[in-house]
Design a protein around this ligand. Structure first.
Ligand SMILES: [Zn+2]
Length: 216
């Protein structure tokens, strides 16, 4: 099965990607992993990407696309894959479609993890990080009433990334980028949305049930 996973920050996408890929016995391919592998492996594309990153610039689309193409050409991806982090926009979706077409392949399904904004804010803005050991606690889910780490006694703080205004901004950026992508795949009749709230195993189960009809 060839699957793309999309979802907002805080939807538990990384965890679901892992479980779903393992349930389907397909490789989980995330752009983050591809980047790290190319950079640490010292490939030509990795070296090129690093020149941009070292300058603090965004890695151009062509470089990302070339890395994705290389990864999807590998043996383990021939019978299916789960893509996480690519495509990010409609232009990349069209490139992916053409890339797969060249190999007589096509996406089977695009799975969207759906969580409403307030729930994402509740999950992320409640996080507190230990300034000593780095452990993350949640004011609500861990019932944290003081500002001390239960593991080491260190002082807890809220990372800038987890501040409500930052989370809301990231959600806006996500919606702006992803809404057109989601409607593109809806038009292709391969989009399924799954409620991503509740226990991790339940979300995985819902996702598996939703994608089953698309298995070739
Ligand atoms: Zn600690």
């Amino acid at each position: 099965m060839r699957l793309v996973l999309v979802g907002p920050p805080g939807a538990g996408k990384g965890t679901q990607a892992q479980y779903i890929a393992s349930n389907l016995s397909i490789p989980k391919i995330s752009t983050g992993d591809i980047f790290r592998a190319n950079v640490s492996g010292g490939t030509e594309l990795g070296k090129l990407a690093k020149t941009y990153m070292d300058r603090g610039d965004l890695v151009p689309d062509e470089v990302t696309i070339a890395m994705v193409r290389d990864r999807l050409s590998e043996d383990d991806a021939q019978d299916g894959f789960l893509l996480d982090g690519f495509p990010r926009n409609v232009a990349q979706a069209e490139i992916l479609r053409d890339m797969l077409k060249d190999w007589s392949q096509a996406l089977d399904v695009v799975l969207e993890l759906v969580v409403d904004d307030d729930e994402v804010v509740r999950r992320l803005a409640g996080r507190r990080t230990c300034s000593q050991c780095g452990r993350i606690w949640h004011v609500e889910f861990d019932d944290k009433k003081d500002d001390k780490c239960d593991a080491c006694g260190g002082a807890l703080f809220q990372r800038d990334d987890d501040k409500e205004e930052t989370v809301r901004h990231r959600l806006e950026v996500y919606q702006e980028q992803t809404a057109p992508l989601v409607s593109y795949y809806a038009d292709e009749h391969i989009l399924v949305g799954v409620d991503a709230t509740g226990p991790v195993e339940e979300v995985t189960q819902r996702a598996m049930d939703a994608i089953r009809p698309y298995m070739g």
